[in-house]
Design a protein around this ligand. Sequence first.
Ligand SMILES: *Cc1c(COP(=O)(O)O)cnc(C)c1O
Length: 397
Amino acid sequence: MTDTWNKRTRAVHAGTRRSQYGEVSEAIFLTQGFVYDSAEQAEVRFIETGPDEFIYARYGNPTVAMFEERIAALEGAEDAFATASGMAAVSGALTSMLKAGDRVVSSRALFGSCLYVLEEILTRYGVEVVFVDGTDLDQWKAAITPGTKAVFFESISNPTLEVIDIEAVSALAHAAEAKVLVDNVFATPVFSDAIAQGADVVIYSATKHIDGQGRTLGGVILGTREFIRKTVEPYMKHTGGSMSPFTAWIMLKGLETMDLRVRAQAKTAHVLAEEIKDHPALQHVIYPGLASHAQNDLIQRQMNGQGGTLLAFDLTGGQAAAFRFLNALRIAVISNNLGDAKSILTHPATTTHQRLPQDQKDVLGITPGLVRMSVGLEDSRDLIGDIRQALNAAEGD
Ligand SMILES: *Cc1c(COP(=O)(O)O)cnc(C)c1O
């Protein structure tokens, strides 16, 4: 039935399970376990668990199942597994399918913890990891040799907002019989159709736009039923990275309003980018929705022209100017989450990407003056006024 529904209808209704009381708002089944009518029933359930049967919350729970079904319907995926955080999803998706001797090709521009998992953890277990410039198809082509097991990338990279061509990279990967895993956080489920474009596995940190109000950590892995139930689930349920029922309830309610929130945030982000792009305190403004973005053509094709809710800008005066700018903010806050109702600004070089040596920061474009902004739900006039006065303050010394 949900197949014929549009995304916004799925986000509100898909996956709902009602108890005998017929509640309208989804129930929180805050229980770790489930009672069996008989010893025989317990035995049968451990052999094969049916769709409305549960054993233990680490394996599955009705509230968590509602979230999994809803996000799978929204994303056009056969199935989903909900995890305790975005990083439990990234590490679980990769580790569950890889073994010593396997080869992974990944884009270099990654969220700090994703980079750590690939560079420091997988390699420790004998997985070969090769990094490429994700915007350069020739590098992907050269690196994805026959026998490559997985290809991993963030469809829009953090923090410099490079866009990776999902369709083109997937075609190269599939020619080598490699699975394509996409960390799709910046693209959001609202603007992205990653599975239709060729991704085999899509991963979200639900902490970001899905919760959308900065309350809790969560994540989700989406893919074929075979991959989710035969590869991901056994790994996740035995290693312990499952989502809690309370978190799943927050995420379910988050999905209901996500489309409205994300579209409003993206609209403000676009207006803000246009308004500040010629400000004298700035060297350049990066927003994938701007006609001047180097990959705007790809954004038109892959995201229907939508640039998302994040932008980045480089202050001419380097770190000192970036700090003056941040310290002058009156509405937007200095923090490091994204996708929140509150606008949040981050200085990647000294926080999220502090760990990286300077030469790696240079390769990734993480300059001393770079600031990343996650646009929230404030009135765009107030927000633009705030950013403008802080940029003016950054100019003075
Ligand atoms: C935040 C984020 C993660 C990790 O998510 P958590 O929920 O914080 O564990 C992974 N990838 C990207 C692109 C992110 O922005």
